[in-house]
Structure formats: structure tokens, C-alpha cells
Design a protein around this ligand. Structure first.
Ligand code: PEP
Ligand code: MG
Length: 540
């Protein structure tokens, strides 16, 4: 058996091929100080920056039609080179008599450390972009040709410690079978580009560089996040069959990505995506999402030491709204609690967290936290088509209370002269049987409903959704669940409101026919599920 390593898979493809180990030439710096006059170094700096800016502009233009959002990475890189803060830092070292190469390296290192020290992974990932720009600039100054990745010598799987976004965009697509990196995460630009260009990739594979030196051939299974070094003949045979099957399916599926999901009876079902970050929004739109049905905003609050500020939240919501333009972006207000703990909020330990102060209940108690989020959402509302959705609603009074707070924020905005969408749509998640059965009471104060089947099922059967032993009580098509969903759909339609489903069943081929049959208007799912679910609906 070959050596098997595990990482984070991007996409769902298999590749079998020769290894191409990509060793970036480390740029060696000759000297710290030199005798060259300051003016000459400044001129050389400015000319090189100009050349690199032009290069980036070209790269941007070359992919902007096909991949507008990815192309923006190169505009972002260009922006780094136009940033006064960066230029002034380099110039200050030049003024102290340091060489041009040394000054650039030192300035960029400092800026990179600033990004690396930031709490949010998204910002830490930007350190890679800084590195990328620095390398381009140094290569220009030292007259080093750009990487060999743009013309690979044979069909191969590229293995590297890490790849920059430029490396990924420059890759020789004719000979590239996939790539594996030792570093990287799902939110890195490189991973996103891999997904967009449909290149099978596994990132974050610890130890791959050491191990791969002894390997000639490898298999990557990006669906499983697996890398197999020096596979046996049996393994190659097994994976080549699996590969043919997957390739066939994905060739057929991709045709469905941009099609409207219309059933044979002529009913159009909206196919939306569930996301937890701005980056996933980019993936979602590229997978054919017609809107965001659920933005799990609590993910922005995880893995950090304090809550994101209004400004930080505003920027994220604004960006997602801009990506989706006039398509709906349903932002779910914080759904903390249950299995989503946020240590820095220092919430009281509860005996039954799933039955405790979670979702909207928590927001009604922690009003400041809630108001900051509502302010950020309202500010972003003018940049697209944002809707607000409250999670974990049990009774009408909770919605009234939440709407009162929302109204307060709107009043404050009006007093402050801020622009926002006053009649922003407000909806609720139906996740608790009490609200599913009393929806008529609340329907006139909301604009839409989305059924959170994950919780609705757990509360219907009183079975903790995280307890593997109770998996047998996860029965989406049980008559109890079906009759709750049916009631919700019927009430919504009677009052002319739209109803969606954003729990896992919305992206599950097994249950989609039932949901369509029950009359659901919209299904929201993980972006990767969109093509297969559209196909399912079209074939209904
Ligand atoms: C649900 O409960 O179905 C849902 C979509 O919300 P979450 O999974 O985030 O609880
Ligand atoms: Mg839920």
C-alpha cells in the first residue's frame, strides 16, 4: 500500500499522475547596504513598481471576463503596490542607505507580520498576498523569470510548500492534473481559485514535502482530502475506476449549474446557498447560487477573542451583498448557543444548552450584541438585496420584541441621517414545533419563512442532533416532520409569503422531491450541492 496522507480537499475529483515538486527559488539578498545614490534606487523602485502594476493589470484583464471575482485578487495586489504606507516604508529604508532589495524585503516583512498577527484567519491569509506581491517586485528588480509553473514539463500533479494566488492563476492548465500543498486552508485565495478553476487539490497536507521526495507517482482524491504516494497497481486500478465515474458525473453536472431549476410541471424552485463567510459567498455564486438562503453569521464570531466590531461585520455583509447584487442575501442574526459556544461572551453554563438561551433568545438578552449586528446589517443593506432572518423563534412575542429593537436601530439611523433600506425584509426560521404549529399568529409581521430542518427534526423527536447514538431519530420524512413542514408551507402560501428550507435536507437528493411536492419555494444548501440538486429538480 502507498503512503496515505490527509489534508483538506478542494472540490471532488481524483487525479493520478507524476509528481512535480515545485521548489520556489529563494531569492538571495546580496547586501544590506550599498553605495548607490538614493535617487537611482528610488527611480529603479518606481520603474519596477510600474512594470509590476502593468503585469497585474494584464493578469486581471486576462481572466476578468470568465472569473470576475478572482480577477479582483490581482487588483488587490495592484492596490498593495499603490499603497502609500507600503511605498513610504520602503523609501524610509532606502533613505537610511539600505539596498533596494533589502529595503523591499524588510518593509514587506513588517507589513506581513502585521497581517499575520491579526485575529481573523481571513486577514492572516492576506499575508500570503503580501508575500506574492513582494516576490513579483523582487523578481522584477533582480530580473528573474516568472515561475516554471506556467509551462510544466509533463502532465503532473504539482506539490509545493504553498502556492500564491499568482502561482495558481499562472498554472499551465494543459499539463496540470492537480496540486497538493503543505500549507493553506479552505479560505485561502489559492484554495478558492482551485475550486473556481475546477482543479482537484488537497491543501494543508502536513509532511508532504519530506515524503514526496521519495515518490514518483501520486493519487489525489480531493473529495476525501487524501493523497496517496507511490500507489500500488491495485490502488491505481481502484482509483482510476473511481475517477472515471466522478469525471463522468461532474461533466454532466456542471451543465446544470447555471440553469434555472424548473420541474417538468413548470414550477420554478429557487436554489440558494448556505454560507458562513465572505469567501464561501464567492464559491456559492460560482456554483450557480441564485441567492444566499442562510448566512450563518455566528461563524464570524468563532475562533477569536472578542466579538467582531460593527465595522468589521458591516464590511463582510456589504461584500456578500455586492457579490450577489440584486439576488437575495438572507443574513441570519446570531445563532449562538447549543453546540456553538463562544467562550469570550462568558455565557452562563446551562444544563441543556440546546433547550437554553440560544439564537434569538440570547440576542433578546444581550441587546447590545444584537444591536451592533443589526446596525451592521442595516448599513450594508444599501449595497445589495439583504434580508434579515431570526433563528430559534418559539413564539410570536419574541419576533415582536426583536422587531422592536430593529425599529429602535432604524430610528437611531434616521436621527443620525444614515442611509439604509427602511423596508428591509424580515423573516424567521421555523425550527421549533411550537412556531410551526402557530405560524398563523406571526405571519402578518414577517415577510418570509425558512425551515431549519436540522433543529426542527431534533426538537420534534427530542433527540440531540449531535448525539451519534440517536442518529436513528433523524427521520426527515417521518409523518410528524412532514405534517409540520406542510403546515408551514400552507400557512405561508395562504398569506402570500415565500417559504424555503435551509437545513441539510434541502441539499439531500433523497428529500428534495418531497420538499418540492410539499410546495416549498426555495431550497438553500452547501454551494457544492447546487448542480446536483438543480439536476434533481429539473428531472422531477
Ligand atoms: C437548521 O437548524 O436546520 C439550520 C439550518 O440551522 P443550523 O444548522 O445552523 O442550526
Ligand atoms: Mg438551526
Amino acid at each position: 500500500m502507498g503512503i496515505v496522507l490527509k489534508g483538506i480537499g478542494i472540490g471532488n475529483k481524483i487525479s493520478i499522475g507524476k509528481v512535480f515538486l515545485y521548489n520556489k527559488e529563494k531569492i538571495e539578498f546580496s547586501q544590506e547596504k550599498d553605495e548607490l545614490p538614493f535617487e537611482i534606487k528610488i527611480r529603479q523602485l518606481e520603474e519596477s513598481i510600474e512594470d509590476v502594476r502593468r503585469e497585474l493589470e494584464e493578469l486581471y484583464k486576462s481572466i476578468k471576463e470568465t472569473f470576475p471575482r478572482e480577477a479582483e485578487i490581482f487588483l488587490f495586489h495592484k492596490g498593495i503596490l499603490e499603497d502609500e504606507y507600503v511605498i513610504e516604508k520602503i523609501k524610509s529604508y532606502l533613505a537610511e542607505g539600505y539596498s533596494l532589495v533589502y529595503s523591499i524585503e524588510r518593509a514587506f516583512n513588517e507589513i506581513k507580520s502585521e497581517f499575520e498577527g491579526m485575529e481573523q484567519e481571513l486577514f492572516r491569509e492576506r499575508a500570503k498576498d503580501i508575500e506574492d506581491v513582494e516576490e513579483r517586485l523582487l523578481k522584477k528588480i533582480l530580473n528573474i523569470n516568472t515561475s516554471s509553473l506556467s509551462s510544466l514539463p509533463y502532465p503532473c500533479i504539482v506539490v509545493a510548500k504553498d502556492l500564491t494566488p499568482s502561482d495558481t492563476a499562472n498554472l499551465d492548465f494543459i499539463n496540470l492534473l492537480g496540486f497538493v500543498t503543505e500549507e493553506g486552508s479552505i479560505t485561502s485565495h489559492t484554495a478558492i481559485l482551485a475550486q473556481v478553476f475546477n482543479i482537484p487539490a488537497v491543501v494543508g497536507v502536513r509532511g508532504i514535502i519530506d515524503q514526496v521526495k521519495k515518490a514518483e507517482e501520486i493519487i489525489i482524491d480531493s473529495g476525501e482530502g487524501l493523497v496517496i504516494l507511490n500507489p500500488t497497481e491495485e490502488e491505481k486500478h481502484f482509483y482510476s475506476i473511481k475517477k472515471d465515474e466522478k469525471d463522468k458525473i461532474s461533466r454532466e453536472l456542471i451543465k446544470f449549474r447555471d440553469l434555472p431549476a424548473i420541474t417538468s410541471k413548470g414550477r420554478r424552485i429557487k436554489v440558494f446557498a448556505n454560507i458562513g463567510s465572505e469567501k464561501e459567498a464567492e464559491i456559492a455564486i460560482n456554483m450557480g447560487a441564485e441567492g444566499i438562503g442562510l448566512f450563518r453569521t455566528e461563524f464570524i464570531f468563532l475562533d477569536r477573542n472578542d466579538p467582531p466590531s460593527e465595522e468589521e461585520q458591516f464590511r463582510i455583509y456589504k461584500r456578500v451583498a455586492e457579490i450577489f447584487k440584486d439576488k437575495p442575501v438572507i443574513i441570519r442574526t446570531l445563532d449562538i448557543g447549543g453546540d456553538k459556544e463562544i467562550p469570550y461572551l462568558k455565557l452562563e453554563k446551562e444544563k441543556n444548552p440546546f433547550l437554553g438561551v440560544r439564537g434569538l433568545r440570547l440576542c433578546l438578552l444581550e441587546r447590545e450584541l444584537f444591536k451592533v449586528q443589526l446596525r451592521a446589517i442595516l448599513r450594508a443593506s444599501v449595497f445589495g438585496n439583504i434580508w434579515i432572518m431570526y433563528p430559534m423563534v418559539a413564539i410570536k412575542e419574541e419576533v415582536e420584541e426583536a422587531n422592536k429593537i430593529l425599529e429602535e436601530v432604524k430610528q437611531e439611523f434616521e436621527n443620525e441621517g444614515k442611509t439604509f433600506v427602511r423596508n428591509i425584509k424580515v423573516g424567521i426560521m421555523v425550527e421549533i414545533p411550537s412556531i410551526a404549529l402557530s405560524l398563523e399568529e406571526v405571519i402578518d409581521i414577517i415577510d418570509f419563512v425558512s425551515i431549519g430542518s436540522n433543529d426542527l427534526i431534533q426538537y420534534t423527536f427530542a433527540a440531540d442532533r449531535t448525539n451519534e447514538k440517536l442518529r436513528y431519530l433523524y427521520i426527515p420524512n417521518h409523518r410528524a416532520v412532514v405534517s409540520l413542514i406542510k403546515n408551514v408551507v400552507d400557512v405561508c402560501h395562504k398569506f402570500g409569503k415565500e417559504v424555503g428550507v435551509c437545513g441539510e435536507i434541502a441539499g439531500d437528493e433523497e428529500y428534495v422531491p418531497l420538499l418540492v411536492d410539499l410546495g416549498v419555494d426555495e431550497l438553500s444548501m452547501a454551494p457544492s450541492k447546487i448542480p446536483v440538486i438543480k439536476k434533481k429538480i429539473i428531472e422531477l
